[in-house]
Design a protein around this ligand. Sequence first.
Ligand code: OAD
Length: 236
Amino acid sequence: MPDIPRFTEFSRIVIFTGAGMSAESGVPTYRGQGGVWKQYDYRRYACQQAFDSDPAAVMEFHDYRRKLVDQCPPNAGHQLVAELQARKAHTRIITQNIDGLHQAAGATDVVELHGSLWRLRCDGCGARREGRDIPIVPRHCACGRYWRPDIVWFGDMLDEANLESAISAMDGCDLLVSIGTSAVVYPAAQLPTLARDSGATLVEINPEETELSAMYHHCLRGPASQMLPKMLPKLL
Ligand code: OAD
């Protein structure tokens, strides 16, 4: 395998993250051992149909997720990504994560493709509300409808503006670093192919091989906090 690329060699960097990015913070991933969807059936807790038929159960599940994530601080990997962005202004961060840990580490303009655990929306009147209340109170919007977690659940469309923003970042980058995603959830998993098609160098950071590993120029096999520094030495 050729040398590991260094961040210093690139000027338009995209960091694309999934649940593995937050694993070292203590946030469970979705698949694999101890994964959220191994313990909880998404058809009961993470789709519009479940919310329509039993909103109380869905909200309790999201109370539980908030409680868990609230205790998890950003890890060394999040810190390195935020530091990289601070030093290289054109660095874009696109995440599938809903935990807000990139922002907690100081990253800015993070595109949250799958929404946020800390935001609610009302599909009745269009209101939105942010906060870290646990449990989520009040449960109902002033218009009378249940607040709904502003998360892209199974079967939901992605927010168009977020997707556009991610596509344009991928199209225009010269380095794409994909960190901690199993690359099985679309359309997010498709995004790195845009970077490849526009000639960017592609790096995958993941302890395990993924469905899309073959398209990456470099695969760094290990946890994010240990693999990211390998791309940094010349920056510091
Ligand atoms: P997954 O749980 O599918 O995959 C997590 C990946 O992280 C796996 O490939 C692990 O090998 C890897 N991993 C574990 N620990 C790691 C570490 N310390 N450093 C780097 N990588 C590590 O999570 P996602 O790919 O993010 O959607 O899942 C995509 C979407 O499916 C999520 O956004 C979520 C889920 O349904 C919503 O909830 C809306």
